[in-house]
Write a protein that binds this ligand. Structure first.
Ligand code: HMG
Ligand code: MG
Length: 293
């Protein structure tokens, strides 16, 4: 009942770095991406075309894409919130974008300066124009389980918002536990509210140490795309209680144990994350990285 193969959607270069206070040089970001591709990952979320003042760490998105050594068989999706971001992304030659919505009113305000309802009007032309340009669009949905300001988030509210993103034309919906509070039963319940599990991905932050258990619950429901971040880097600057994502190495260790194919090389991943930890000047929070290095 587990999928035979899982697609790892690596978010380290984007979600992992967006919260770093000290600006990481673009050369370091490029080497990180190259090492991750070298470790066999085939989906590398590279950066965001958001307002540079909102996320200064990713203000170098144009330079990054200009310097990117795109590898055959690797996708490099980027985050895009609005048409201005889409124009920038198209100019940079991207082929995969992700819009990012909120399941709650407060986080829509904090993260997008928009209301829960208005965010869809902001995304609509982005999705339409991207698809016309032959660009694939993923939809993220944040605060799917809990919100730092609103507390527990009703699953029906999440499912309604998620369906709107799919109906708008997103090819995939990534369910985000932005602040890492979900537990496995809630994950099963929410996934059960969607008809087509094939269009779902899961995005767990590991604040309460539940990310791996939640991932297993999602796999058992038939989800086969899992977001993770090399070395467990990550967080959201507009949700203070968010810590790092599920570490890619922790995910790979579990998938190897379960006999689920994924295509990544664990030793090369650990080496990439240990190298990045050196660049950032602090140890990786990943248990597997620490056990193996
Ligand atoms: P705003 O200030 O309301 O924007 O921000 P605006 O439309 O009013 O425009 C104001 C000015 O910003 C204008 O310039 C625009 O051109 C410019 P002016 O005319 O004043 O000179 N502008 C831009 N410039 C560059 N790129 C753009 C852009 N857009 C407008 N794209 C906005 C609205 C959405 C832009 C802002 O709120 C924003 O950038 N938010 C992004 C926040 C963010 O990146 N958060 C982290 C990612 S989400 C996340 O981490 C969660 C996730 O991991 C899943 C999970 O864990 O749940 C995905
Ligand atoms: Mg995230």
């Amino acid at each position: 009942e587990l999928p035979e193969r899982v697609t790892i959607w690596e978010v380290g270069p984007r979600d992992g770095l967006q919260n770093e206070k000290t600006i990481v040089p673009v050369e370091v970001k490029l080497e990180f991406l190259d090492r991750l591709a070298g470790a066999g990952l085939t989906t590398l979320e590279a950066t965001s075309f958001v307002h540079p003042k909102w996320v200064p760490q990713l203000a170098d998105a144009e330079q990054l894409l200009a310097g990117l050594d795109r590898r055959e068989g690797v996708r490099y999706p980027v985050l895009v919130p609005n048409e201005k971001g889409l124009n920038r992304a198209l100019d940079a030659g991207v082929e995969h974008i992700a819009i990012f919505a909120s399941a709650t009113e407060t986080f829509a305000q904090k993260n997008l300066n928009s209301s829960l309802d208005d965010q869809f009007a902001m995304f609509e032309p982005v999705v339409t124009r991207a698809r016309e340009a032959g660009v694939d669009v993923r939809g993220y949905l944040s605060m799917c389980f809990g919100d730092p300001w609103e507390g527990a988030v009703p699953a029906k509210q999440v499912a309604d918002a998620g369906r709107r993103l799919l109906e708008m034309g997103c090819s995939q919906l990534s369910l985000g536990d932005t602040i890492g509070v979900a537990t496995a039963g809630q994950v099963e319940h929410l996934i059960g509210l969607f008809g087509d599990v094939g269009s779902l991905a899961v995005h767990f932050h590991d604040t309460y140490g539940q990310a791996l258990a939640n991932t297993l619950a999602a796999l058992r429901c038939g989800v086969s795309t899992v977001d993770s971040s090399a070395g467990g880097l990550g967080g959201c600057p507009y949700a203070e209680s968010a810590t790092g994502n599920l570490a890619t190495e922790d995910l790979v260790w579990m998938l190897d144990g379960l006999g689920v194919a994924h295509g990544a090389d664990l030793d090369a991943l650990v080496a990439a994350s240990a190298w990045m930890a050196g660049q950032l000047g602090r140890p990786s929070p990943s248990r597997v990285v620490n056990a193996l290095s």
